[in-house]
Design a protein around this ligand. Structure first.
Ligand code: GRF
Length: 259
């Protein structure tokens, strides 16, 4: 039998994707174990789901950190200049003070996440409805192999359409005839990392937004375990490919290759 990988999970809410992943691990569909579940919000249902399966949990309360309710120190190995040079969450014309405050508060929260995660020695981190963008400070400390990123996310839309917090809502309001979900590796942008897998579903004229969300979640519960299993079996790597665009410009794109 192949060695099982160690999976860490971060959530913010109900944790139905987390449940699908735990179930996949328990049924053998995923050759791994969820070894911890962390949340940025205290008291959410996903934490309860993990505890029911004997999985250790922790909370890093982003809300309190961002509001400055307590005094937190910046991690010693944090360099704002370095992070500003790498990040692509904000455009160059975004208000500098806002951007600075964002990365300072995130560094504090992310250092705390890293400290909580340290004991578990994970192979893969899955974001399962974790509603926070991770900064290069965190990403660089988890991703150590340049061709094998280790942070996966599930997004409720067919990327690169409709990045952001309300993928199904945006898909529905736009009037799309097809919706879907995407599993991708995290990079320094918002929902912009290399795509691992996607599933689509039809949107019928009679569908409400709730119906679209329901169809989408059912696809997510299939797709995420499938993509995680590809990782477990060593089938994923990223590859930079250069394309020549009409007009002669070159595009260099990091894409997932399934081995
Ligand atoms: C999912 O639709 C996921 O794609 C999005 O947030 C939702 C989380 O649902 N990022 P759950 O917490 O897994 O039930």
């Amino acid at each position: 039998m192949e060695k099982k990988i160690r999976i860490g999970a971060l959530i913010s809410g109900g944790g139905s994707n987390l449940q699908a992943i735990i179930d996949g691990c328990e049924s053998g569909g995923i050759s791994g174990d969820v070894v911890f579940t962390g949340s940025d919000v205290p008291g959410v249902k996903g934490l309860e789901r993990a505890e029911k399966h004997g999985i250790p949990t922790f909370v890093v309360n982003y809300g309190a950190i961002i509001k400055g309710e307590e005094k937190f120190d910046l991690p010693e190995d944090f360099s704002l200049e370095e992070i500003l040079g790498k990040q692509s969450l904000f455009q160059a014309d975004a208000p500098a003070e806002k951007v600075k405050r964002f990365f300072l508060t995130r560094a504090v929260a992310e250092a705390s996440l890293l400290a909580e995660m340290k004991a578990y020695d994970i192979d893969l981190l899955v974001l399962a409805g974790f509603m926070r963008n991770l900064s290069p400070y965190f990403i660089d400390r988890v991703n150590t192999d340049p061709v094998l990123p280790r942070i996966m996310n599930i997004h409720p839309a067919l990327l690169p359409s409709f990045p952001g917090v309300d993928g199904y809502g945006d898909t529905f309001r736009y009037g799309c005839r097809v919706g879907g979900c995407t599993v991708h590796f995290i990079d320094y942008g918002e929902d912009s990392g290399p795509i691992i897998g996607q599933k689509a579903f039809p949107i019928d004229p009679s569908d409400t937004l709730d119906a679209v969300k329901k169809k989408g979640l059912e696809k997510e519960w299939e797709l995420y375990p499938e993509c995680i299993e590809l990782f477990c079996r060593g089938k994923l790597k990223t590859e930079e490919t250069t394309f020549e665009l009409p007009g002669g410009k070159k595009l260099v794109k990091s894409r997932v290759k399934i081995l």
